[in-house]
Each structure stands twice: as C-alpha cells, then as structure tokens.
Write a protein that binds this ligand. Sequence first.
Ligand code: KIV
Ligand code: NA
Length: 270
Amino acid sequence: TSKITTTKIQAMKGRGQIVSLTAYTKPMAALMDPYVDLIIVGDSTGMVAYGFDSTLPVTLDMMILHGVAVVRGAERACVVIDIPFATYQESKEQAYRNCARVLIETGAQAVKLEGGMELVETVDFLVQRGIPVMAHIGLRPQHANVMGGFKAQARTEQTTELLIKEALAYQHAGAFSLLVEGVFEAAARRVTEAVAIPTIGIGASPACDGQVLVTEDMLGLFTDFTPKFAKQYVNLSSTIAKVFAEFETDVRSGKFPADEHCFGMSANHE
Ligand code: KIV
Ligand code: NA
C-alpha cells in the first residue's frame, strides 16, 4: 500500500471523489484506512469525545496525542491534524512553532487551520517553510463566539464573493486543499469552480471535490447535537446501550462469567 500524500490529494481536484472522515484513535483510523483518502484528526474531539460545549478548550497536547494514535492506524490515508484555537492566530511565528511541533511529534502529513483573509499570510509563511496546510473556510467552529453560534455561511452574494476571495487567496498562499464547512450550495459550487485546489465539503453540498463527515455523527455515537448535514448511517449508541444492559443482566443473574471465561473451572479449559 502506498501512502496518499498531500500532492496526491491536490491532484484529485474536480472529480468529486475525495473521501474523508475524522478519527481520534488508532482503531477507528485503522478501520477506515482502506476506504478513505484523508483522515482528519478534528478538534471536534473536544465536543465528541470530551463533552466540551465547543472546540475552544482543546489543547495542542490533546491534538498531538490523538494525532499520534491516528497516524499509527493510517497506513494508506493522508492524515491531517486540526490546530486548536489560540495556538496559531497570534502570529505566523507562533503558528509555525506549533504546527511544526504537531507534524514532528505525530508524523502526520499536514495541518488544518480555520481562517479568513487574516490568516492568509500565515498560511503562505507555513507552506514556504515546509508545512502543508488545508485551510478551513466558511463555518469556522473556533469562531462560533464571534459568528453567533454554528450558522450556515455565505447565504448572500456579498458573503459568497468574500468566500471566493478567501479561497483564491489560500490557493495563492499554497494551501493544498480547502475544507469548506456549512455554506450554501451556490457558494460551495462557485468556490469549487473558482479554485484549482480541491474543496472537501461538510454541509457544503455535492458540488465539492470531496466529502467529510465527523465519524461519531455518521455512526450515531454522538447524538448530543446533530447538524442537518450529519447523515447517520447507523445508530451504534443504541446497539452499545443494549450490549451494556445485557452485561448488567448477565452479571447480576450469574450468567457471566461462564466456565469458558474462567481459569481452572472445567476439564476442557485452561
Ligand atoms: O474538527 C473537525 O472534525 C473538523 C471537520 C469539519 C473535519 O474540522
Ligand atoms: Na475542526
């Protein structure tokens, strides 16, 4: 199996074929690895796995530990790691220091940064110095407090034009791809047509060059908050709850453990 690089992802522009999911752990990464091109270690882990109300409390150390785990499960897929709130916005030097640390300590191929026009110069600085960047535009959860919550973006002509301007600026700065979250279909289509780098959409219509979902949303493992775009393929939460209830019954009734689960209880077993 040959590793999918950021340049291979970049070359997949225009075919609507880029398949991506999020992962925070090694086993989940290994399960999806044969089927996806891109695994994103999202700071959504703060909400999905830690129970925070937003992604803001996620730290660089948390992202590094999850990144280390995911890289160990991803033989083939390209691994991109989210850089968390307040660890890259202060200056391009701060961004370089922290993004470099993430790539060095995890072995992932690229970082993902949320931004608008204010971050373009930083992305240019990073790419010129060897750090591949996916730029996350549109709905930016790290900006939820400024944007008034999690709301779809680029509804008007004016905001759509701004999104296209941002997309072109990131392309010019050397971003290898764009993550486009929570934007109206017309905006996603116009951005995708305007740039030569691939757009990976989440809640951004089929017009994008690829699609990503938060794995816990698609598996029905995170149900506190379900955005419109989060297609649930299976409800693992209810399956898991049934298994836990069965275990409770087995323990209280003495059905578990049985002879085969014990040492020295039967002539047939060790
Ligand atoms: O944190 C996350 O899961 C994301 C997804 C949109 C990929 O940023
Ligand atoms: Na994220």
